[in-house]
Design a protein around this ligand. Sequence first.
Ligand SMILES: Cc1cc2nc3c(=O)[nH]c(=O)nc-3n(C[C@H](O)[C@H](O)[C@H](O)COP(=O)(O)O)c2cc1C
Length: 176
Amino acid sequence: MKEQINVNEYANRIYEALSRGILLNTNGDKFNSMVIGWGHLGRLWNLPTFVVYVREGRYTKGQLDKTGEFTISVPEGMPDAEINRICGSLSGRNIDKEKEAKLTLVEGSQVKVPGIKEYPLTIECKVLYTQEQVLSNIPEDLRTKFYPQDIDGTNPMANRDAHTMYVGRIVDAYLL
Ligand SMILES: Cc1cc2nc3c(=O)[nH]c(=O)nc-3n(C[C@H](O)[C@H](O)[C@H](O)COP(=O)(O)O)c2cc1C
């Protein structure tokens, strides 16, 4: 059963959860989920939006570019440690995260990307706009910390790759 919500009423919960990790799900060649810590709920061109930032080397990036759709899954309370570890440090290029992290998928309503029963707050998005970050425009202290040029893009944490911003138009939001 999906319980429709006004996602703006959950803004604080989403903001708090981001600091511990929420999930960005895609469904291109297969279902995949990655942990994100950066993102925001907002409004652009008078549309409700959710913005995510994905580094070049993530398996997720190829899936997003192929399908233009994603879902966001937010846990109730603390994230599950095992889901966070698997989806936040391993790549869908090498493993099946649905199986490894024991995720229970629930079919999407307006997009072909499922939500995740274990992380009930679900936001469905269609990509409206993308833009790659220009590293030279980032303040030097942050650029050095978050984009160390001697670490290659397969590293799950900070590395040389810029993020691409994906502005997703919110097309549905519910609790599973
Ligand atoms: C707490 C946390 C937050 C993260 N936030 C982001 C993020 O906002 N953007 C990003 O590109 N990677 C982020 N990562 C790294 C990805 O989750 C990680 O590289 C993942 O293995 C990528 O999966 P994929 O290759 O299947 O797409 C984060 C990891 C953790 C643990």
